[in-house]
Design a protein around this ligand. Structure first.
Ligand code: 10D
Ligand code: SF4
Length: 323
C-alpha cells in the first residue's frame, strides 16, 4: 500500500472546523452555519451532533443568532443579507479564498473583464463571482474556453477556483490565450498550496498502483479531482469513498498495490479506517510517500480570537510556515 502525503486537512479547513467548535463552546448550541462548513459528510454529521445547524441561506437563521460562513466564502450579497437580519456573522472563509475575492475586486475596479475558471454552482465560485458580477464570466472547462465570448479581448484577465486540477486549468488557460493573446495572469497562484500538494503526491504514486482510493465526499471538488488525477497519471482504477465500508470486494480483484489519499476536507481518522479495512484484506504493508511538508496554520476568524475573559486564545495566535 502506498499512502500519499500530504493528504487530508489543509490550513483553511482546520481553521473553519475549529471556528464552529469554538463558536459552539463560546455561544452554546445552536450555532448556525451557512452551507456545509467544508464539503465532508462526516465533519458535517459530527458538528450537527454537537449542535451546529446547517442552513442553505441566512434567511433560515433566527434574527440575532450567530451564523458561521463556510470555508468556501460568500458574496457581498450574503454578508448584507446576514447584516439586514441582525445576525452575528463569523466569517470562516479560507484566507486563500479571500485572496481571490480581493483580486476580483481589484481587477473589476480596473475595468478588467475577468474569466473565472471554476465549477458553475460551486459555493466558492458563487462567492467570488458575486464580488463583481458585471465583470466576471465563469469558464467551466477547456472546451468552454474555445467558445466563451468577451467584450474587449485587450482587457481580459483570468482567475480560478482554489480547488481545481492544475493540469486542466493550465489547458483551459492555454486555450483562452490562443483566442485572447493579451490575456493577463493572476498576480499569484489561485489554486492553493493544499490542492497542488495533494495532486503532486497522488501523481507520484499513481503509476505504481492498480487501484487508488480517495477518501472524500462527492461534493468536494478537490477530492474528486484527486480521482481524476490518479487515473490520468496511470492508476488502473480509482474510486472515491466517504467511509471504509464503501470499499467493494471486487475493486480488489487482482490488485497488488493500492494507493490511498484524501481530500483537503477529510479528517485523518477516516483514512485510518480505510487503512485498517485494507490491512484486513491483505494490504497491511504501508509505505508513506511524501512529496511536501506542510505546516501552514491560519489564525481564527477575528470574532473568535479572544476567549470569554478577553485573553487571546492559543489557537488564535496561529502561525505561518512552509507549505
Ligand atoms: O469542494 P471543495 O474542494 O472546494 O471544498 P472542500 O470543503 O472539500 O475542501 C476545502 C476547500 C475549500 C474550503 C475551498 F477553498
Ligand atoms: Fe484554503 Fe486551499 Fe484549504 Fe481551500 S483547499 S480551504 S483554499 S487551504
Amino acid at each position: 500500500m502506498l499512502l500519499a502525503a500530504p493528504r487530508g486537512y489543509c490550513a483553511g479547513v482546520d481553521r473553519a472546523v475549529v471556528a464552529v467548535e469554538k463558536a459552539l463552546e463560546r455561544f452554546g448550541a445552536p450555532v448556525y452555519v451557512r452551507k456545509q462548513i467544508v464539503h465532508n459528510l462526516h465533519v458535517v454529521r459530527e458538528l450537527e451532533e454537537r449542535g451546529a445547524v446547517f442552513v442553505d441561506e441566512v434567511d433560515a437563521v433566527p434574527a440575532g443568532a450567530h451564523v458561521v460562513f463556510s470555508a468556501h466564502g460568500v458574496s457581498p450579497a450574503v454578508v448584507s443579507a446576514a447584516s439586514d437580519r441582525g445576525l452575528q456573522a463569523i466569517d470562516a472563509t479560507c484566507p486563500l479564498v479571500t485572496k481571490v475575492h480581493r483580486e476580483a475586486v481589484r481587477f473589476a475596479r480596473d475595468e478588467r473583464e475577468i474569466l473565472l475558471i471554476g465549477h458553475e454552482g460551486h459555493e466558492e465560485v458563487e462567492g467570488t463571482a458575486g464580488e463583481a458580477p458585471e465583470h466576471i464570466t465563469v469558464v467551466t472547462s477547456p472546451e468552454h474556453a474555445d467558445v466563451v465570448e468577451v467584450r474587449d479581448p485587450s482587457r481580459v484577465v483570468w482567475l480560478s477556483q482554489t480547488t481545481l486540477s492544475v493540469d486542466e486549468t493550465m489547458e483551459t488557460v492555454r486555450r483562452l490565450r490562443v483566442r485572447f493573446p493579451e490575456l493577463q495572469d493572476p498576480p499569484s497562484d489561485d489554486i492553493c498550496y493544499a490542492t497542488q500538494n495533494r495532486q503532486v503526491a497522488i501523481k507520484k504514486i499513481a503509476a505504481e498502483t492498480d487501484l487508488v482510493i480517495v477518501v472524500g465526499s462527492a461534493n468536494s471538488s478537490n477530492s474528486v479531482r484527486l480521482v481524476e488525477v490518479a487515473l490520468e497519471y496511470g492508476a488502473r482504477a480509482a474510486y472515491r469513498v466517504d467511509y471504509a465500508d464503501e470499499i467493494r470486494q471486487e475493486w480488489l480483484d487482482g490488485v497488488r498495490t493500492v494507493g490511498v489519499t484524501s481530500g483537503a476536507s477529510v479528517p485523518e481518522v477516516l483514512v485510518q479506517e480505510v487503512l485498517a479495512s485494507l490491512a484486513d484484506a491483505g494490504y497491511g504493508d504501508v509505505d508513506e510517500v511524501r512529496t511536501a511538508e506542510e505546516d501552514l496554520m491560519f489564525s481564527l476568524p477575528k470574532e473568535l480570537r479572544t476567549d470569554a475573559s478577553g485573553q487571546q486564545d492559543a489557537r488564535a495566535r496561529g502561525g505561518r510556515g512552509r507549505s
